[in-house]
Ligand binder design. Structure first.
Ligand code: FES
Length: 181
């Protein structure tokens, strides 16, 4: 007949022979547990790293793609003085942009968001460059490349072209971290 293990002393008494034959060290269990935990952490970190790398690669590839957008005339651009700028929106009303006419008469346009933390940049006529007031970043007016400061990449570029004496925005492309300049 099977004895009923009704309390702690019964259980301890019945398991004592097994404990003698298969000794159990709590410290060793803790070591195994730590090892398993380290393995778990290692695998989890590797999985997260691989996932993050995949997303970063996809984002970089997407950013390199030049999005095909419909062209839009930039009103008032044709009368813009040399060494001055004009704000406009492109490709949507929510996308602020800045058109610059440099001292040589050329037009250049960029997204107005600083590539550091998205403060709006402005054109400094005195320094003939785009400047960000938030953390003293600056960009080249003719290329959008970073001149100095914390921005990690050049400004987004807006393609412009002349059509019948008027300036049109015809596309917009994002820079990548390697386009710092
Ligand atoms: S947001 Fe432009 S430099 Fe920081």
């Amino acid at each position: 007949m099977t004895k009923n293990l009704s309390d702690e002393s019964d259980v301890r008494a019945s398991t004592a022979p097994f404990q003698a034959e298969f000794p159990y060290e709590r410290d060793e269990e803790a070591q195994v547990t730590r090892r398993e935990f380290c393995n778990f952490l290692g695998l989890t970190s590797a999985a997260l790293f691989i996932g993050a790398t995949g997303f970063a690669t996809k984002a970089a590839l997407d950013a390199r793609e030049e999005v095909s957008l419909s062209a839009a005339q930039i009103g008032g651009a044709e009368t813009l003085e040399l060494n001055s700028s004009l704000n406009f929106n492109y490709p949507t009303e929510r996308d602020s942009a800045i058109l610059i006419r440099t001292a040589d008469g050329a037009y250049h346009a960029y997204g107005q968001k600083c590539t550091h933390l998205s403060c709006p940049v402005y054109y400094s006529r005195d320094h003939q460059r785009l400047e960000c007031p938030c953390h003293e970043g600056a960009f080249d007016a003719a290329t959008g490349n970073v001149l100095y400061g914390p921005p990690p990449r050049a400004l987004d570029t807006i393609e412009v072209e002349m059509r019948n004496g008027q300036v049109w925005a015809t596309g917009r492309s994002a820079s990548t971290p390697t386009d710092r300049g």
